[in-house]
Design a protein around this ligand. Sequence first.
Ligand code: SF4
Length: 221
Amino acid sequence: MNSFRAFTALRERYAAWHDVLRAPTDELEEVIRPGGLAPTKSRRIQHVLAEVYEATHGTWDLGFLGTMPLAEARAWLTSLVGIGRKTASIILLFNFGRPAMPVDTHVHRVATRLGMLPPRTPLDRAHDLLEEVLRPEEMYAFHVELIRHGRDTCRAPRPICGLCPLTDVCAYFADAIRGRAPMAPIPRNAAGGDVPARYHDELIHGWAPPEQPAGSRSVDR
Ligand code: SF4
């Protein structure tokens, strides 16, 4: 949420990406301070904007990422300072509908517990493995729902397996039910049949969930 506050402040302060690029770096740093790591992020933002400006000949049009081969689009994005595999996949999946699977801490933890990833799989390898087993049309829903499930049920460090509909397919639960892995008790406010509050109204990577009206989502100018 802090990063979304910083992004909102940035969009309110600057009318166009060109203005962000040309702004004094210490001014930009102050604008995005709510997001944390402002000194590093302000420099990186301007560095990335300078590269995008040059690559697009000043048009800011990144539409080529939606049509070029996926591996090339990913390589182009990860060549930019501060953009790793996860961020590149978020841009490709959320903005261009490309079949790229972002693996954040929730996706990694839940997929590992379900047995879809071997224990302690490195992040880069986790991206590859999940992209291999998921169909392109499954990636967006898989990503969003694993984040939600990781936030409200399959939490770190102890999942609330008693509220989970996936126990019959979950490798972690098979261990937990034998006392070999920890589980959290069902919260008292959910014991009477009420399910805990879902997070469907929370932003995911600064984007409104798909079931919210399009007008409430953050959009690129
Ligand atoms: S059964 Fe437990 S560990 Fe497995 S996915 Fe559900 S909450 Fe997570």
